[in-house]
Design a protein around this ligand. Structure first.
Ligand code: FEO
Length: 384
């Protein structure tokens, strides 16, 4: 795919994958992007997943038109991008590998590369001239591994952004970019907001006309929208007002109570997202918690603790620095409800959470007293 006169996308689409990184359902598959810059010198940026060696090398061959590449720039060593380094070097042994010192260390952990291979270690600010195109390297540690480098093409004003600005789904998936990019962001780099902010600061100093990520479509228009979203996400700000109700119900009684709360909130004009943690994709429930400004956690008491999927959900939030939100609690218990206390204790380490004063306790089924508590909670959640 020709992106500019000299820059080509040679990535592949994975239509068969069901779980990305072993935990994210990807109904619309996944793409592993790779790029080539054709100039006096030819640079290939990153390889692709191990399942696509032949397809990727064929894509590369078509663009090279019998020439040999001069450089293989390795921006990220996670195997979805690096798996074919050795296969590539077997085909093009005279290519120089260009990468960070940490990436070379990982490369030697993943592969037994021929010791005669030429290696160029680059660091923040280093330049590589291809002729008309001069590439500058930008350190992007923890976005999403420590060795990551972004690459900026000064001539074409293209930012090759490694995993950043990527999304789930094949390149041409007919779906909303924001939704799958948000689920991807909070799943993959949600923990590393500060590191994302650091690299965004560096990106602000650049004139960018195109962003070429390692997953999902190349971004050519409305780039400020994407940069603004990354700003919001990395600062853990809510994108919009609304309440996520994440719940775990065993016999349906806790579910009835959260449906009652949903109706009460909607009657007051609140946008509500209801997530059944026993069945939903937990990554969807996680992205919703970061999308909206309020969260209600509702679960049965279980073994003097909380239901396992709720525990796992809260762990996912804590791991990703959940903060700056209003949070409310609902519990159910037939003899000793303790879930609200357990959930609050779990969230202790989170910054800037405001707990709603009204908590809900259901004793087996929702009776008049629980309904009144739900009504009060709905008021508190929607008062300005
Ligand atoms: Fe797409 Fe961090 O690998």
């Amino acid at each position: 795919m020709e992106l500019t006169k000299d820059i080509y996308g040679i990535g592949v689409n994975d239509y068969e994958i069901d779980l990305f990184e072993g935990q994210y359902p990807v109904e619309n598959g996944m793409s592993y992007n790779s790029y080539v810059i054709i100039d006096e010198k030819i640079a290939v940026l990153d390889t692709v997943d191990e399942k696509f060696t032949e397809e990727w090398l064929n894509n590369l061959k078509q663009v090279l038109k019998d020439k040999d590449p001069d450089y293989l720039i390795v921006q990220h060593m996670e195997p979805d991008h690096s798996a074919n380094i050795k296969n590539f070097m077997d085909c093009y042994p005279n290519t120089e590998i260009v990468s960070s010192v940490q990436a070379f260390k990982m490369m030697d952990q993943f592969f037994d590369l021929d010791e005669n291979i030429s290696r160029r270690i680059i660091k923040e600010g280093d330049e590589l001239s291809l002729g008309r195109h001069v590439l500058t390297f930008i350190a992007a540690p923890m976005v999403h591994w420590p060795e990551v480098m972004f690459t900026y093409d000064q001539k074409a004003k293209v930012l090759f952004s490694a995993d950043a600005f990527g999304k789930f789904g094949v390149v041409d998936a007919d779906e909303d970019w924001v939704c799958e990019a948000r689920r991807y962001y909070f799943g993959i780099v949600g923990k590393y907001g500060m590191q994302v902010q650091n690299v965004l600061k560096k990106a602000q100093a650049l004139e960018i006309q195109m962003i070429c990520p390692l997953h999902g479509p190349v971004l050519k228009e409305h780039l400020n929208t994407y940069l603004d979203l990354y700003h919001t996400w990395s600062f853990y700000e809510a994108e919009e007002q609304g309440t996520v109700i994440a719940y775990a119900s065993v016999y349906g009684n806790t579910e009835k109570a959260v449906v009652e709360l949903k109706e009460q909130l909607e009657n007051r004009g609140e946008k509500v997202s209801l997530c059944d943690l026993t069945r939903c994709d937990i990554a969807e429930a996680v992205e919703d918690a970061f999308r909206y400004d309020k969260l209600v956690l509702a679960t049965v008491t279980y073994n003097a603790d909380i239901f396992p999927c709720m525990k796992s959900y809260i762990h996912h939030l804590i791991e990703r620095n959940y903060q700056k939100r209003k949070v409310a609690f609902m519990e159910n218990g037939s003899w000793a409800p303790v879930a609200n206390k357990v959930m609050k204790n779990m969230l202790d380490s989170c910054k800037d959470l405001t707990y709603m004063q009204n908590e809900v306790t259901i004793r087996s089924t929702m009776k008049k007293d629980a309904k009144e508590m739900i009504d009060k909670l709905a008021n508190e959640l929607t008062e300005q």
